[in-house]
Design a protein around this ligand. Structure first.
Ligand code: HEM
Length: 427
């Protein structure tokens, strides 16, 4: 019997099987070596959508596929408190942010994010992004060649600041670099990782100063912006967030918006590698299918983490309170039980797609309001559609010979060359 059985079978049938377990004392080094494919490789060898391994000196339950994703997002069974490893908190998330909250505290904080994700807000940032892209493209024209990933990082950062209400500084490239250290370094070790720590600590101070200015009435220009809303937000006990936490949450807008540059690099790669698909992009709907497939096909975050909230059993296996659980995002988006030909880039699969919220999970699954699904998923789709439009309709360029391969062991990964463009001309 295959272990890829239904969740309800696992819960209700006393099937005498325990969760397969990987032998050995610790597999953290293998995780570094295998990267995005760590869980996926074991799913194949163990023929299991759930298994145990040892990572960073503790037992970790790995889950993949939509049924296991549904289990993972059950907030009666799993919690986020204490789930993110320290190196990730010190660089990517920051401490005290929405990612680590549970229950009422999470729901209330998440609502603060979802209030700035309304359709009008998304259209505003899309317009700002197009404006900064077109402005910067005039300077790209003067250069012999550009690296798209680096350039788009700055464009996204500028749009993020303007939309959030954060003043733009003299050299936005420097601040954009600092912000990107936070998402480029969490999985590194040594000096590069320490640069990520420093970048976060400096950026939090920078952002906290604006929070204080709003609170002191010194930023009337922030009226109606997320900067104002987050600075004046009161938690579920009616208390203002401390300035550091408000800064962490504002960076939870600016950092991931800047990180969309990773997907823009992959979208440009897909336009180049699948010209027959690129030729079909004549409408918003076609662009939407294309960018959804970019988000499914190319890697970004390998997995997300939670901890068992309280003891529970499935079959004969007991999940012990506090055990680490990792949900395989990349592997679920490539799972052969969920997708036909998962290894093919095929935007048409999203035509009339009727999947569950646990199947297509590049930015997490389940619900937005009560769950931890990414607050910026709609915005990501919107800005990616605009990127594809800019690349196809408003920019002419050559893509010279370069290394377009991407590693599945570097997290996060981008095409090796960063997408070098020559003879760039705004159209
Ligand atoms: C660059 C593309 C993006 C990717 C790949 C991405 C991915 C993710 C993932 C995997 C999670 C965690 C889901 C979970 O743990 O269950 C998440 C959460 C989150 N994301 Fe994104 N994200 C992106 C863009 C954005 C944008 C543009 C924003 C905001 C403007 C954003 C804001 C957030 C927030 C606030 C959370 C925490 C949600 C919570 O804990 O309830 N993300 N994202």
């Amino acid at each position: 019997m295959s272990y890829n059985m239904h969740l309800r079978d696992l819960i209700f049938i006393n099937n005498k099987r325990s969760i397969p377990s990987e032998e050995g004392i610790d597999h953290s080094l293998k995780l570094l070596k295998e990267g995005y494919q760590f869980i996926l490789n074991r799913r194949y060898t163990m023929d299991a959508n759930i298994f145990e391994t040892k990572l960073l000196g503790e037992t970790a339950i790995c889950l993949t596929g939509s049924e296991m994703a549904e289990l993972f997002y059950d907030t009666d069974k799993f919690k986020r408190e204490g789930a993110a490893p320290k190196p990730v908190q010190k660089t990517l998330f920051g401490e005290g942010g929405v990612q680590s909250l549970d229950g009422e505290a999470h729901h209330h904080r998440k609502a603060m994010f979802m209030r700035v994700m309304k359709p009008d807000d998304l259209q505003t940032i899309r317009r700002l992004f197009a404006k900064h892209w077109q402005k910067d493209a005039r300077a790209w024209e003067q250069q012999d060649e550009i690296q798209l990933y680096e350039k788009v990082k700055t464009v996204l950062f500028k749009a993020a600041c303007e939309w959030t209400g954060v003043p733009l500084e003299e050299n936005p490239e420097d601040r954009a670099d600092q912000i990107s250290e936070m998402f480029e370094t969490p999985a590194h070790i040594g000096i590069r990782h320490l640069k990520g720590w420093k970048a976060r600590s400096d950026a939090e101070k920078w952002m906290a100063s604006y929070v204080e200015e709003v609170r002191n009435g010194e930023r009337s220009d922030a009226a109606g912006t997320p900067l104002e809303a987050f600075s004046l937000h009161r938690d579920h006990h009616g208390e203002l967030l401390d300035a550091e936490t408000a800064a962490v949450e504002l960076l939870n807008l600016i950092r991931p918006i800047t990180a969309i540059s990773v997907y823009v690099a992959f979208a440009a790669l897909a336009l180049h590698e699948y010209p027959e698909e690129a030729a079909k992009l004549q409408s918003e709907e076609a662009r939407e299918r294309f960018v959804q497939e970019v988000r499914r096909y190319y890697p970004f975050f390998p997995f997300t983490a939670a901890r068992v909230k309280q003891d529970f059993t499935m079959g004969e296996h007991t999940f012990k309170e506090g055990t680490l659980a990792l949900l395989d995002l990349y592997g679920t988006n490539h799972h052969p039980d969920e997708w036909e030909n998962p290894g093919r880039f095929q935007p048409s699969r999203f035509e009339g797609w009727q999947g569950t919220p646990f199947q297509f999970i590049p930015q997490g699954g389940g619900e937005f309001d009560f769950g931890h699904r990414c607050a910026g998923e709609w915005m990501t789709v919107e800005l990616l559609k605009e990127s594809v439009l800019q690349l196809q309709e408003h920019l002419s360029y050559d893509l010279p010979e370069q290394n377009l391969s991407f590693s599945l062991t570097t997290i996060p990964t981008i095409p090796e060359s960063g997408i070098v463009l020559k003879n760039v001309q705004p159209v």
